[in-house]
Design a protein around this ligand. Structure first.
Ligand code: FAD
Length: 312
């Protein structure tokens, strides 16, 4: 089932999906195979597979997508970025993925490669995710025609900023970018990490006021690992609440910190569902434990009721 169709006629439950990244080492590859099978057991609606800066993971991303298609009943979404690629390169890669049976894409501009400050487009490439959405629609129409639908998702940014009155605020340029991506043919959006449901609610509200109609799925990380949260803050610029870090740091044991993190994560899930989130996309960092423990704690982890059919 295409991922876009999941949101056209929303079911009784939120969609559940997981982000994975391609393995960096042979050891990572072995443990990722286990993670994929463990996560597939609960019948998620889709996996999304990241794509490294400058196409560095092009082959390993593709291998992971193919193994999900081959070994599980779960739909994979292939992330794509504009970094370091000409339009011809992107067309070729998309065509290869279509030939493998991929029908779901997440179109991104991508970040500059490590060590490079500014975003620099390839001389014959694209500068914005909206252009990649348009290119995808053109390539798909030429190769598959209208009878074989493809879903395209894009990124959205709740951020972590507050106004002078303490209200969550979002960046208007991110809402403008989202509208541009919708107009180019995006079906739904998945958000970057955030830590306050008010930021998700504000993004949805600002997006709707700005003409964005596509579903916006919150992207969430299990809040169980303070080291990872601090690293993520450095990478994304989204501030992790002091109170959360204090709570994790002051726990008397790693297990107590983990349990406190799960409790904070369930509160975040409850908050976004109360704000009308149509699904939950969990950043797994290629580990199934925290994601599955979190869904279990949140009462969202039946083994067959979610998504497609769980493997026997
Ligand atoms: P765009 O939507 O093109 O936006 C880029 C910039 O232009 C933004 O600052 C935006 O505000 C501005 N802009 C665009 N249009 C307008 C407009 N009309 N008006 C005003 N301003 C505008 N990166 C990877 O390298 N690989 C991955 O696999 C990957 N996966 C991701 C998955 C998710 C769910 C998310 C949220 C991010 C992911 N990223 C990934 C990171 C992403 O590539 C970066 O955040 C990147 O800096 C921006 O990508 P974008 O697609 O949002 O860009």
């Amino acid at each position: 089932m295409s991922t876009a169709s999941l949101y056209r006629a929303p079911g009784e439950r939120p969609t559940i999906s997981f982000e994975l990244y391609p393995p960096r080492t042979p050891k990572g590859e072995v443990s990722l195979q286990r993670t994929v099978l463990d996560l597939a057991q609960i019948g998620p609606d889709y996996f999304s597979v990241t794509y490294g800066a400058s196409g560095a993971t092009r082959q390993t991303s593709r291998d992971l997508i193919c193994s999900i298609l081959r070994d599980t009943p779960v739909t994979p979404i292939a992330h794509l970025t504009c970094v370091g690629a000409s339009e011809a390169d992107l067309t070729e890669y998309v065509s290869e993925l279509l030939d493998e049976g991929v029908r779901d894409f997440l179109a991104l501009r991508g970040d500059p490669p490590a060590g490079q400050e500014d975003w620099q487009p390839h001389p014959e490439g694209l500068t914005r995710a909206s252009q990649l959405v348009a290119l995808l629609r053109t390539v798909v129409a030429a190769r598959l025609g209208p009878a074989d639908p493809v879903s395209i998702s894009v990124a959205a940014y709740p951020g972590g900023d507050y106004g002078p009155d303490g209200q969550a605020v979002v960046d208007p340029s991110d809402v403008a970018a989202l509208l541009e991506k919708q107009d180019a043919g995006a079906d739904f959006a998945i958000t970057q990490v955030f830590f306050d449901p008010a930021h998700y609610a504000e993004l949805v509200s600002a997006a709707r006021a700005g003409g964005v109609r596509i579903p916006i799925i919150p992207g969430l990380i299990p809040l169980t690992d303070p080291k990872r949260l601090r690293r993520l803050e450095e990478l994304t610029g989204v501030r992790v609440p002091e109170q959360l870090l204090d709570s994790l740091d002051s726990a008397e044991s790693p297990d107590e910190a983990y349990q406190r993190g799960l409790t904070a994560s369930v509160d975040l899930i409850d908050g976004v569902l109360a704000a009308g989130a149509p699904g939950l996309h969990l950043y797994t960092f290629n580990s199934s434990k925290a994601a599955l423990d979190l869904l279990d704690r949140a009462g969202l982890a039946p083994t067959v009721a979610l998504g497609g059919t769980a493997p026997q």
